[in-house]
Design a protein around this ligand. Structure first.
Ligand code: BGC
Length: 451
């Protein structure tokens, strides 16, 4: 049997040789080395060290120790055959107190990028994946508009240092999740439960995105975009109440972030208005080269019960779907519908898309043979890549796919209890073991390149 026969006929060679294949991670989830080279404290150091905030009190102090082991990781990535690697830069390594510059932090990312290139991997950098300096949090953090200027300066610093070698830049990761989980209900850092007032945080992130695009371009960046989370929103039943709850959720989850960027419009005008100033929408809608889409599963939404604080019920899991070890339903056609929905809403204003995260928590551990037989991850990814092809055939311009994640890592409030990696991490020994899905993904990529 040739290697290609082990991947489904639908995927083999179907994306063409120019499609970009990659893997994603984020600084706080993998780096460790929290006290190395003058790094300052981030909001995630503060949050994870606060009792009761993460499962088992887990922290990112050591994580995958990527700070010291990146050479080994890039060799593995080279074996995997990816074209590109999406990583994020830790803001408090570059500006420990949010202001002063730490040259050793810039030097670290310099070495990291060079090591990727030595292994034939294109660096794709996210400027912010949720670990802002704790010192700025003490000054109001993302609620204080002052952070926008700080973020532009930080973007300039990393842009000037790395733009000559970074192929594509992502300004912020998942503004929606940072807003809702970090500031709306407070189960992620910085742990604020502001309810709908969190929309000011959304606004400041949108502005920071726009200023960052400008700063990165001025610093010579080749391609600039962002990575946001999007999902198809499905009412749980046919009732008018569930439908209108779903519409509102769709607006808040999907369109609050993209309408300002792609249409220069605030979609909740007159309903909930953040502190909008003249010129803000022009900054936010600074043209981007691509849109990064992170997506895992659709959202099922029900009508709120009497006395609920929120105008929708998200605790409604329909029967009949398989779930991953996070309890997230596995619904591949939701992936197609989400992408087609973006095209329908924005038409030609929708830039080319990269899928910048997709994957699942499948907690398989080594078997008696020492291998990790994570067939469920293979099945999930096979189905979602198939669903991606369906969207592309329906006219959505998708240029690449980055799997989340390259290796098991610190899964935020869930600590180390959820495994999303193609590579297994033994956190005691730091040993890395490629899973079955790693070999499968390698074959998927190889089949596109006629290797
Ligand atoms: C985030 C990642 C996270 C993943 C799985 C995304 O929301 O960007 O940092 O690990 O989903 O939960």
């Amino acid at each position: 049997m040739s290697e290609n026969q082990e991947i489904s006929a639908k995927l083999a060679g179907a994306f063409g040789p120019d499609f970009v294949w990659g893997v994603s991670t984020a600084s706080y989830q993998i780096e460790g080395g929290v006290n190395e080279d003058g790094r300052g404290k981030s909001i995630w150091d503060e949050f994870s060290h606060t009792p009761g905030k993460t499962l088992n009190g887990d922290t990112g102090d050591v994580a995958c120790d990527h700070f010291h082991r990146y050479g080994e990781d890039f060799k593995l990535m080279k074996d995997l055959g990816v074209d590109a690697y999406r990583f994020s830069i830790s803001w408090p390594r570059i500006q420990p107190d949010g202001v002063k510059v730490e040259p050793r932090g810039l030097d670290f990312y310099d070495r990291l990028v060079d090591s990727m290139l030595e292994n034939g991997i294109e660096p794709s950098a996210t400027v912010f994946h949720w670990d802002s300096p704790q010192a700025l949090e003490m000054n109001g953090g993302w609620e204080n508009r002052d952070i926008v200027g700080r973020f532009a300066e930080y973007s300039r610093l990393v842009g000037e240092r790395l733009s000559d070698r970074v192929s594509r830049w992502f300004t912020l990761n998942e503004m929606v999740v940072f807003t809702l989980l970090g500031h709306g209900i407070g189960i992620h850092a910085p742990g604020k439960a502001l309810g709908f007032d969190a929309l000011n945080v959304a606004w400041n992130q949108l502005l920071a995105h726009g200023e960052s695009v400008k700063a990165l371009r001025a610093a010579g960046a080749k391609e600039v975009g962002l990575a946001n989370n999007h999902c198809e929103v499905r009412p749980i039943d046919d009732s008018a109440e569930a439908k209108s709850a779903a519409e509102l959720y769709d607006l808040i989850y999907n369109w609050v972030f993209l309408d300002p960027i792609l249409k220069g419009e605030w979609p909740l005008a007159g309903f909930i208005d953040p502190n909008i100033q003249d010129g803000d929408l022009a900054t936010i809608s600074t043209p981007i080269d691509f849109l990064g889409v992170n997506s895992y599963n659709p959202a099922f939404v029900g009508a709120p019960a009497e006395g609920d604080e929120l105008p929708f019920d998200l605790d409604v899991f329909p029967e009949g779907y398989e779930k991953n070890d996070f309890g997230w339903p596995i619904v591949p056609d939701g992936f197609t519908k989400m992408l087609v929905g973006l095209k329908e809403r924005y038409g030609n204003a929708l830039p080319p898309i990269y899928i910048t995260e997709n994957g699942g928590a499948f907690n398989e551990v080594p078997g008696a043979d020492g291998r990790i037989h994570d067939q469920r991850r293979i099945d999930y990814t096979d189905a979602h890549l198939g669903a991606l092809l369906d969207a592309m055939n329906a006219g959505v311009d998708v240029r690449g796919y980055f799997h989340w994640s390259f290796m098991d890592n610190f899964e935020w409030a869930e600590g180390y209890s959820k495994r999303f990696g193609l590579t297994y991490l033994d956190y005691e020994t730091q040993q890395r073991t490629p899973k079955d899905s790693f070999d499968w993904y390698r074959r998927v990529i190889a089949s596109q390149k006629n290797r």
